[in-house]
Design a protein around this ligand. Structure first.
Ligand code: R5P
Length: 297
């Protein structure tokens, strides 16, 4: 049984839906920013037993500080076990030292979170060269859920015979899982990508894949600047796709990303509720609730 779901007021809707699915009360954390930028957090009291802390880690830096303060305070108020529900887990892409001296942020942020909470539930963490979240979160119970099957089912309900296209090799895991979530499996393929900078990517379409007249849906774990999706969409349309839509787990969509997508001729943009965004169309609450029930039982 979960004693309470704690959340900040900017995520009240998603955390409230999770609390309702779990049959637990939603309790808000008071948040005050002092004039110098420091934070004062006020936790509900008393707490007991298994407590869920809901914090999706898009725009993560300040939220990590919030967690460092909130987690020990929740324990001091009586929480026996603390579960972080972070539908988006930040800092997962920096998973090797790409150049000498570069921080492997995945390892360090993972270890920090593992020391801060007892368990973590997340969705489609960007694990590429690392096989399992356990390696990133040593000594912490970690559950990596996937929204890909829900994305596949959602897309199949929106489009007739869509072709799911991953914009890079890293997306293959999500594209395959989405395609195979429906029967018969949806057609799918993946592009190749080379990134030259934050806003510069070069994408190559899969060799031998005929896109003429197809309803293409680009599927990826996340969109940040949107440049990956833009490059893939431009190529797909140039290759004769009838239309190109987008379905992602994490709608980061920073800066002018959405405008760029529109300018590239992309039609619908769908995302899960992991990161609150106007494109949210696929609910992950049942997935999160089932995982928590399993862990706490
Ligand atoms: C990286 O491989 C991820 O799966 C995404 O493809 C990437 O983060 C998208 O970034 P952006 O939207 O900035 O191109």
């Amino acid at each position: 049984m979960i004693h309470a779901v704690l959340a900040f007021d900017d995520e009240q809707a998603a955390a409230g839906a999770l609390a309702q699915a779990l049959g637990a009360p939603l309790r808000l954390i008071g948040h005050h920013r002092f004039p110098d930028g420091e934070l004062r957090l006020t936790l509900p009291t008393p707490l007991a037993g298994d407590v869920v802390l809901y914090r999706s880690l898009h725009q993560p830096n300040e939220k990590l500080v919030e967690l460092l303060i909130a987690a020990p305070t929740a324990r001091a108020q009586g929480a026996a076990r603390l579960w972080l529900v972070a539908p988006y887990l930040a800092y997962m892409r920096q998973d090797i030292e790409f150049s000498p001296g570069e921080a492997v942020s995945q390892r360090h942020i993972g270890a920090l979170l593992a020391r801060t909470v007892d368990g973590l539930v997340t969705v489609d963490p960007h694990l590429h060269r690392i096989a399992a979240l356990d390696e990133v979160m040593p000594g912490c119970r970690s559950v990596a859920l996937s929204a890909a099957p829900a994305i596949g089912a959602f897309v199949a309900a929106q489009r007739q015979r869509p072709l799911l296209l991953g914009p890079d090799s890293e997306s293959a895991q999500w594209v395959q899982a989405a395609a195979r979530a429906v029967s018969p499996a949806l057609d799918h393929a993946v592009c190749q990508k080379v990134r030259h900078g934050d806003h510069e990517v070069r994408v190559t379409l899969p060799a031998g894949q005929d896109l003429r007249g197809r309803d293409v849906v680009l599927v990826d774990d996340m969109a940040s600047t949107g440049r990956t999706l833009v490059a893939a969409a431009q190529l797909a349309l140039a290759a004769g796709a009838a239309r190109v839509d987008v379905a992602v787990t994490h709608a980061l969509f920073v800066g002018d990303a959405l405008a760029q997508l529109q300018a590239a001729g992309i039609g619908a943009v769908w995302s899960t509720g992991c990161v609150p965004h106007a494109s949210n169309a696929i609910d992950v609450t049942p997935l999160l609730a089932a995982a928590l029930r399993d862990q706490v039982a």
